[in-house]
Ligand binder design. Structure first.
Ligand code: GDP
Length: 298
């Protein structure tokens, strides 16, 4: 992911090498190339415009550092602007001051929520937490089972409606899970909610009801980085329908352009908190905007 963007930007910077001073024309040409690179990477247009505008303005204003040549100066500016659109500082999880921390996952079906729930549980275990996974996705027949299989893989229990009790009420299950966590001394509850293949009013309402019933400390919007511009539209729809505190990007190991996912933080104003890049339970960590920017510019 982001390989094309990375190559494109590298080419742009190469053209500046050896220049003693940047003329207005150099800055314009560079800005144009950065614009093309971002658009080709599928970064959303408003984000591209803002990004290029900021780079241009700063390059013209030349916060001239004697230690850097013009090419290095541009790289530095682009790096800082990339960090900015990715959400700035690393945003860490907020834990509840008392009682179990409730983390609710929301997102479309297939976004990688169930896989992510288990990865997050594993990651929390590594941080000496004692998570409880909650199967509140009762829409998809196999979702409960899939979460149970994943829970077993990472050695984390799954709270689910008893089999044979009909379909069950996801709001009631989610609510009961918080009580169960208190009783069994689990300090983090991870609620996997139902998604649909597309944006759907009923799904949004169910997620909002689960949110209201459990008062999560963090609502995380899970989005597949491979779905292109739909990532932005979906992010906005979930922001309106459910609301969330942070974004989780999944499938960063895919070979798509990925720029749309890079736009989500900037467009929603919500930070990317975690990134998931593979099928293994360990392919997951906090998202560090500065490290991602460095990787893109490497
Ligand atoms: P859900 O419907 O949102 O619960 O999504 P799932 O967790 O079932 O994931 C959908 C598919 O994406 C599954 O086949 C997962 O194995 C796969 N998947 C999830 N996360 C990743 C990831 O980070 N990388 C890759 N390559 N595949 C993933």
């Amino acid at each position: 992911m982001f390989a094309t963007l990375s190559d494109r930007l590298a080419d742009t910077f190469k053209n500046l090498r050896g220049k003693g001073r940047l003329s207005e024309a150099d800055i314009d040409a560079t800005a144009r190339e950065i614009r093309i690179a971002l658009l080709e990477a599928d970064v959303a247009l408003p984000v591209v415009k803002e990004f290029v505008g900021a780079v241009k303005e700063r390059a013209r204003g030349e916060e001239v550092s004697q230690a850097l040549n013009p090419a290095q100066q541009i790289v530095k500016i682009v790096n800082e602007e990339l960090v900015e659109i990715l959400g700035g500082e690393t945003r860490r999880l907020r834990y509840a001051k008392s009682g179990p921390t409730v983390i609710m996952l929301a997102g479309l079906q297939g976004s990688g929520k169930t896989t992510l729930a288990a990865k997050l549980a594993f990651w929390l275990k590594e941080q000496d937490k004692s998570p409880l996974l909650v199967a509140a996705d009762l829409q998809r027949p196999n979702a409960v089972n899939q979460l149970q299989v994943n829970g077993e893989r990472v050695g984390v229990p799954v709270f689910a409606p008893e089999p044979g009790n009909g379909v069950g009420d996801p709001v009631a299950v989610a609510k009961a899970s918080v009580e169960e966590a208190k009783r069994t001394l689990h300090d983090v509850v991870i609620i996997d909610t139902a998604g649909r293949l597309g944006i759907d009013a009923e799904m949004m309402k169910q997620a909002a009801d689960i949110r209201d019933a459990t008062q999560p400390d963090e609502v995380l919007f899970v989005v597949d980085a491979m779905i292109g511009q739909d990532a932005v539209n979906t992010a906005l729809a979930f922001q309106e329908g459910v609301g969330y505190d942070g974004v989780v990007l999944t499938k960063l190991d895919g070979d798509a352009r990925g720029g749309a996912a890079l736009s989500v933080a900037s467009i929603t104003g919500k930070p990317v908190m975690f990134a998931s890049a593979g099928e293994k339970m360990t392919d997951f960590d906090l998202f560090h905007p500065d490290r991602m920017a460095s990787r893109i510019l490497d």
